[in-house]
Design a protein around this ligand. Structure first.
Ligand SMILES: *[C@@H]1O[C@H](CO)[C@@H](O)[C@H](O)[C@H]1NC(C)=O
Ligand SMILES: *[C@@H]1O[C@H](CO)[C@@H](O)[C@H](O)[C@H]1NC(C)=O
Ligand SMILES: *[C@@H]1O[C@H](CO)[C@@H](O)[C@H](O)[C@H]1NC(C)=O
Ligand SMILES: *[C@@H]1O[C@H](CO)[C@@H](O)[C@H](O)[C@H]1NC(C)=O
Ligand SMILES: *[C@@H]1O[C@H](CO)[C@@H](O)[C@H](O)[C@H]1NC(C)=O
Length: 473
């Protein structure tokens, strides 16, 4: 009597009926299949579940929220996985997904073509993240038409030309990320209309002209990255308006000059500050004592002078003061006592000490230690014996004096530079696991073990011999 449908156990019946109701809209399915057909290579099978016989709301990366209408497309490649990429272009068929509110095409690496014009036809689109692909050409002049957008990230593509002035119309944006492209021109003044921004990154482009002075317009800004451009002028006064909330400020690798302003010390939420590789001069303000939350501080490669203020930060994680005009004398106490530091770079900081006298509270987290070009005597053997996870140790241009064969090559070590010291003994076979080695200009002697390192890694010693140097006698 019962139809076969009603003989299904109740939960299965429920799923069956629910699926009938939510099966993907045929127009959406066709739009996605056309998107797939513009993909020319998918070696890891990111789209292998996209089959017309299967409900498209169940395909990998597809979400239907409005019943049976596609609202989100999110495809992620994996940068560390050589096959997890997609080749091809972004089909215009996306314009036939009228309910789409977010598109994430991230780390797919080999998607090319221009900024997809289809995105202009999607009135519900709020979030665009097309990151780490190969899109190119100019950003469309009409980009400001998408005034409903809340996030726009085109980071890691090959866009050229200026940021269109219509960007000023995207005033609902909370995130604007255009880093790692080939954009030129100056930073458009219209960006100051984007008053809801919490995240602005324009780093790694070719922007020139002065660092704009419009920072009073961004009450919510937490992350600001403008590093690796050609921005000129001084650190503008209006940046002080960001003091309450900014946690991340990167303006390194530009052409900025003048002093580091006192007001940066009032940025209580700041955890990352990168001013490296500019032309900044003068002293580091005393107000930096108040940066108690700073985890990452990079002031390297400027022309900053003594005295360096004593900081009260509990745990610095990474510090780079290298290549300024400092004479620190010793490694600061607030560095030595940090329980979490993993990267310490104090090259050419005027440090005069015996290596053994440096007794860091913690050595477990250290990945990188660069103490090159100082006046450090003694032996790093004890230190390297305690830094089990060290990846790089740079100590060139000091007065280190120890037997190289006593140095433990810890298991993760890849880079070791001890050139221009007073190291004696012989080169141990254990160095073959390193990626880079430099022990030139020391007092080493004896045959060099078989390695891939060039002759310049070994030149200038007392009596090293064998390949890549001349044969032993
Ligand atoms: C990347 O895409 C281009 C153009 O579509 C293609 O010629 C090239 O073979 C692709 N690269 C890989 C690794 O598949
Ligand atoms: C942008 O808006 C203008 C004015 O409404 C319109 O003329 C133009 O066609 C639009 N451009 C795009 C790409 O949508
Ligand atoms: C640190 O902040 C306190 C409180 O705001 C202030 O009184 C003091 O002057 C600041 N210290 C420095 C060195 O700027
Ligand atoms: C290295 O560490 C081991 C054990 O952790 C210890 O026995 C040895 O004496 C240390 N060597 C040096 C040179 O500090
Ligand atoms: C090793 O260091 C010397 C002197 O610091 C330098 O001239 C040489 O280029 C370096 N070689 C390598 C392979 O790093």
């Amino acid at each position: 009597m019962n139809s076969s449908l009603f003989r299904l156990p109740f939960p299965l019946l429920f799923i069956f009926i629910f699926n009938l109701a939510s099966a993907c809209h045929v127009g959406d399915r066709n739009a996605l299949l056309a998107f797939k057909s513009a993909i020319t290579a998918d070696p890891s099978g990111l789209l292998s579940s996209w089959k017309s016989a299967v409900d498209c709301c169940t395909w990998a990366g597809v979400t239907c929220s409005v019943p049976n209408r596609v609202t989100s497309l999110s495809l992620y490649g994996q940068l560390d996985h050589p096959n997890a990429f997609l080749s091809g272009t972004i089909s215009n068929s996306l314009s036939n997904l009228p309910y789409l509110d977010s598109i994430y095409l991230v780390n797919l690496r080999n998607i090319s073509g221009p900024f997809p014009p289809s995105l202009f036809q999607l009135p519900k689109l709020l979030f665009i993240y097309i990151e780490n692909n190969k899109l190119s050409g100019q950003l469309p002049a009409a980009i400001g038409n998408m005034s409903q957008l809340e996030a726009l990230s085109l980071e890691g593509n090959r866009f050229t030309g200026p940021i269109p002035s219509s960007i000023s119309k995207l005033n609902r944006l909370t995130q604007l990320k255009l880093g790692s492209n080939l954009l030129t021109g100056s930073i458009p003044i219209g960006i100051q209309q984007l008053k809801s921004l919490t995240f602005l990154s324009l780093e790694r482009n070719r922007f020139a002209g002065p660092l704009p002075d419009f920072w009073g317009s961004f009450p919510e800004l937490r992350i600001l990255s403008l590093s690796h451009n050609k921005l000129t002028g001084k650190i503008p006064r209006s940046i002080s308006a960001l003091a309450a909330k900014l946690s991340y400020l990167q303006i390194g690798h530009n052409l900025l000059k003048g002093n580091i302003p006192d007001f940066l010390g009032t940025f209580r939420a700041l955890d990352t500050l990168d001013l490296s590789s500019n032309h900044l001069s003068g002293v580091v303000p005393k107000s930096f004592r108040n940066l108690t939350k700073i985890f990452n501080l990079d002031l390297s490669r400027n022309s900053l002078v003594d005295p360096f203020p004593e900081l009260f930060v509990k745990g610095i994680e990474s510090l780079d003061l290298s290549y300024n005009k400092f004479h620190l004398g010793k490694i600061p106490k607030w560095v030595t006592s940090s329980p979490i530091i993993y990267s310490l770079k104090l090259a050419k900081c005027g440090i005069k000490m015996k290596m053994e006298d440096w007794k860091p509270t913690q050595t477990y987290f250290y990945d990188y230690i660069d103490l090159s070009e100082n006046e450090i005597r003694g032996s790093p053997v004890g230190l390297l014996n305690r830094t089990d996870y060290l990846v790089g140790f740079w100590g060139s241009g000091n007065k280190l004096n120890f037997k190289l064969q006593d140095l433990r090559i810890v298991k993760r070590l890849k880079y070791l530079d001890l050139s221009r010291n007073q190291v004696s003994g012989k080169v141990p076979g254990a160095v073959v696991v390193l990626e880079k080695l430099n022990v030139s200009y020391n007092h080493l002697c004896g045959p060099i073990p078989a390695t891939k390192f060039p002759a310049t890694s070994f030149l200038g010693n007392d009596c090293l011999c064998g390949p890549p140097l001349p044969p032993c006698k």
